[in-house]
Each structure stands twice: as structure tokens, then as C-alpha cells.
Design a protein around this ligand. Sequence first.
Ligand code: AMP
Length: 547
Amino acid sequence: MQGMMMHRPLSIISILEFAAEANARAGLVTVETHGEVTRQSYRETYARVGQLAHALSAMGIKPGDRVATLAWNNRRHFELYYAISGIGAVCHTINPRLSAEQMIYIVNHAADRVIFVDATFLPILAALKEHLPDDLRIVVMADHDHMPDTPLEVFCYEGLMDGQKTVYDWPEMDENTAASLCYTSGTTGNPKGALYSHRSTVLHAFMVGTILGPALPRDEMGKTNILPVVPLFHVNAWGLPYAAPIIGANLIMPGPGLDGESLWSLMDTEKVGSAWGVPTVWMGLLGEIEKQGRKPVALADVVIGGSAAPRSMIEKFEKMDVNVNHAWGMTEMSPIGTHGVMPPEVNQLPFEERMDYKQLQGRRCFGVDLKIVDEDGNRQPHDGKAIGELYVRGNSVVSGYFNNEEASEKALDAEGWFGTGDVASINEDGFLTIQDRAKDLIKSGGEWISSIDLENAAMSHAGVANCAAIGVAHPKWDERPILVAVAAGEDKPSLDVLRDHMAAHFAKWQLPDDVIWVEELPLTATGKVSKLNLRKQLADYKHPELA
Ligand code: AMP
């Protein structure tokens, strides 16, 4: 027997339509690319999104067309998210930190018809122009007064909006219609496109809003002010542009200022309660907090994901009464998979024990199923001990890749689960521990060593600001671990001091054989340490026993 309930297609524009009425006064604070700070409620934003939809239609954008963005976190980027998907087209966000080669590949692969670009990134486009589709139109995301000089033929965003009606008759679409496209920052081979739908996006927004929303701090006026440092140009800023209007939170959009100093002062002035980003960003902010002698006035919560949050970082935040929510996910998961909101019993524990939990990659969100399997695909128990490759399933997980049959065929296992490429364990209480990317695990004498564990332990030494553990070739042991580290100050701890410091957490054979000090670690386009580039940089390095 079927239930007798209506079926309304889930649609992205309905989120903003709702917020314009029910959360009308909440909205966006933007640091514009030219520096000015602007404020725009969700009601005003919805009206502008209507104008933008008319402008897109006037440009001939049709359902299914890809419209690209190359932009900072700002209100116009947010407007594009809604207007493009609202008319049935696909918002293709491009990460400006990709290599020229990757950018050329994805713009051509996506067959973008228009690209909306912030003035900052116009030179990138100018340099690539001859390799991009001939009919690609370029719109600069600025008003008339802030249009940059450029040899390119460009349109002005506010020029296109001028005179357009604010009311748009949004088409009703199948909820499985494609809404946005984000390419993985593939370290090997070409990037692959995750093609999100209206349905997956709205369900993901519900998930983020219901699970993380209640845990978010409010300021003295009762407002929730969230600063997404995670970019709108990659993995939809972890879903915040969709979740925030639903829960009536304000989004504080930092624009180009992502260094510790700019973030600190924006957070302080705008009374940011919660900020979301990858660990490298928080290293900059923590440095600034130390310089200022205090945290930003209202900061009470950080969501950290994208790579493992070092325990030392978690402890620093928690000691200043900033709750750390350690989450895990990936591009192919829209991207949130787990969250670090703690069960009440954990919050009662003494500090060190609480940190033991915070260090884990949280528990799955409702709507995301997890399984770990051994090399033959057999399910492993969730007992906190068994380690296996992590597979996921859910309504916001990809079923394949955009226009890429080869990669799509390999994406799912026989049971229809997506292979994450991560190696993990899950305990009885559902807490996930990411041991490593499968390709980053260090194999020594037939046994595995988790590079994340080594990094965590090394970074808990006060002399280590940042570090990466990698395996280097060894004739007897296959691979041996070494550390590549950035010093926190003048005094660099010796290898022996580091090994002693780490010894409590490891068997002796697991400890690193060498430490190489560097000024900085190479980063990927999404701000993670790039082990691929690190290995390239160390191509001539020899293990101490061989050197
Ligand atoms: P991306 O698709 O660029 O977001 O990368 C996804 C990958 O980042 C995951 O498969 C993990 O390997 C890694 N990752 C994300 N969050 C975490 C985390 N909290 N701890 C460890 N690794 C993480």
C-alpha cells in the first residue's frame, strides 16, 4: 500500500524563497573584492536572484547549460548559486587554485557557456583565453565603478542586472535535475566532475542544518553568524550556502582576505560565532590569536575538515573555549559525511578524554551509510579495531562522474557503494577514524603505519608547526617513514627528541627515521598538504642508511 502524501519536487530556489519570507532579516555580510563591506538580507538577495535569472535567460542560458564561476566567497557568488540552478542550468564552480592545465581541461570538459569571474581572477582567464571555448562569454562580478581594465571582452554583472524584474516565474523541475558541478582536485589524471542534483543538494542542506545547526552558537542578540572560510568555489562551501538560509543563520563572506589577520578582524567585528575551514586556515588564525592576545570576541565554534585536524590544534581551540567540530567528507559526498557534535556523555568527560574523541573524524550524518571492507571486499566489524577501505552510500553521494564513463564504471562496488579511497576504522559508538588515504599509508616490513597518526604525534611537540609523514623507499623494509616538518620557532627539535616525544604512541619500528626541515609544505588547490608534490620535491632524497 502506498502512502497518501503529496510529492513536491525538492528544489534549490525554494530554500531562498522560504528564507526571503521566513528568515527575511538574516542574510549575507560580504567583504567585497575591492574591500568594502556590504550587507544584504535574504529577502533582498532573493529579489536580486530574480533579476539575475532574467539576465541569464536574456543571455540565452537554457536548462542544462553549464554556467561557470571563478570567484571568492561573496554575495554575488551566492546569488549565482541560486539563479543558475533556479532556471534549470548548472552552476559549475571552478577552483582558481587549479593549475592552468586543469582549468583548461574542466572548462572545456564542462562546455561552459558563460563564466562569472571576480576581478582578482581576470588575469588568470586572460592568460588561458586562447585555450577556452571561442563562444565563452565572460561576466565580471562587479558594479560599474569597480570594473577592471582588461583586454578581454567582458560584461559587467550589475550592468546585466540593471532594469531586470525582481520577480521570476521559477520553472518546476524534476528534483533529479542537475544543479551544480564540482570537479575533484584530482592529484593523478584529469579532474572528475561530481554533478549534484536539486534533490541531493536540498537533502544535504537538511542534513547539515538539522545536525550541525542546533550546535551552532548565537550572539547576544540571538543571531547565528557563520563564516565560511571553505570556498564557494569548491564543494559548495560544505553546503553552507544552502543550509544557512534554512536555519536563518547569517553568512559572513570573507571575500579575498583569508589570511589570519584579515579573518581575525572580520570575525571580531562581525561577531562570528562559528567558522568553517580546513586545518591550514586555522594555523593562520591561531597565529593571529596569539599575536592579539585574545580570540575574536564571539568565536565559540570551529568546524574543521578536509584533512585531519591535528590534536594540538584541537586542544588549542578547546582551551580557549572554542568548540571543535571535526568533520569528514569529500567532493563526491556533497561533501559532508560525518560531524563532530559530541553525545552528552562525551561532553562530561575530563579534558584529555574528551580530546580523544574530538580527534576522531566524528559520527556519520543521518543519510550517510558507512562500511569498511578488507581487500576482498568483505565487510569488517565496526569494533574500533578492524581497519579497511571506507565505502559510503546515501542520497548526497555521487552515482558516477559527469561525462566520464570510464571513471563512472569504477566508482561503485557490486553493492552500489562508493569507494572513498580512505582507510578507516569505525568503533561501536559509530565514531570514524580515518587512518589515511590508501595511497598515503606507509608500508614498512609488510605492516602499515598511519601517516595521520605520525603527523598528529609530531605536531604535539611545541617545536613543530606543521608536518607531513611520508614513506621513502628502503631496500629491506620496502618503505620507511620520515617527517617533513615546518619549525614553530628558532629551536628545531632533533630527530631523537622527536622520536622520544612520539614514542608513547607507537611501536619503535613505526617511528620516523629522519626529519627534514622546510620553510613551508606544498599545498593542493584545496589547501591540504600535497604529498604528491612533496614526493616530487624529495625525488633525490635517500633514506639515511642509503645516503
Ligand atoms: P576532497 O574531495 O578534496 O574534499 O577530499 C576528500 C578527502 O579528504 C577524503 O577522502 C579524506 O581523505 C580527506 N579528508 C577530509 N576530511 C578529513 C578529516 N577530517 N580527516 C582526515 N581526512 C579528511
